[in-house]
Design a protein around this ligand. Structure first.
Ligand code: DQA
Length: 148
């Protein structure tokens, strides 16, 4: 089972950016935790981060035929990007939306998610654990699909 873990703009600055909201741990710390969880779950993961909307669309398109699941934190593009929504719908790979912070408790514009309707679940406000939960959820979802 192969998962693509996709992170959007400014998530490369974890640890530096607004630590009161996103914590003190870095993107590398997140990557290490994801790799450790992948080993525990017995799944393969590829991590990608981009500050560019089109690059994220390219990554989603390229996932078709290669990845069984996508964990996506589109960051600010969550609240603006029809292109990411369309890409997720086009490839129809089961995807889970993750946000480190609890977007429902922040500014009104963060309450809108364009990608949500293309995802099987949204996990927000669980910090880095949200990515690990998303991986577990995807694995469970895909195992159920295989039984059908
Ligand atoms: C975020 C929340 C977004 O609103 C914000 O633009 C981000 C990070 C989160 O992980 O909490 O960059 O997706």
């Amino acid at each position: 089972m192969k998962f693509l873990i996709l992170n959007g703009p400014n998530l490369n600055l974890l640890g530096l950016r607004e630590p009161d909201i996103y914590g003190c741990q870095t993107y590398q710390d997140l990557a290490d935790r994801i790799q450790a969880e992948a080993a525990r779950l017995g799944v393969e993961v590829t991590l990608r981060q981009s500050n560019h909307e089109g690059a994220l669309v390219d990554d989603i398109q390229a996932a078709y035929g290669t990845y069984d699941g996508i964990v996506i934190n589109p960051a600010a593009y969550t609240h603006t990007s029809v292109a990411l929504l369309d890409a997720l719908k086009a490839v129809a790979i089961p995807a889970v939306e993750v946000h480190i912070s609890d977007v429902s408790q922040r500014e009104d514009f963060r309450k809108i998610s364009y990608v949500r309707s293309a995802c099987i679940a949204t996990i927000a406000g669980h910090g880095f654990d949200g990515y690990l939960e998303a991986m577990g959820l995807l694995k469970e979802h895909l195992s159920h699909c295989k039984e059908d």
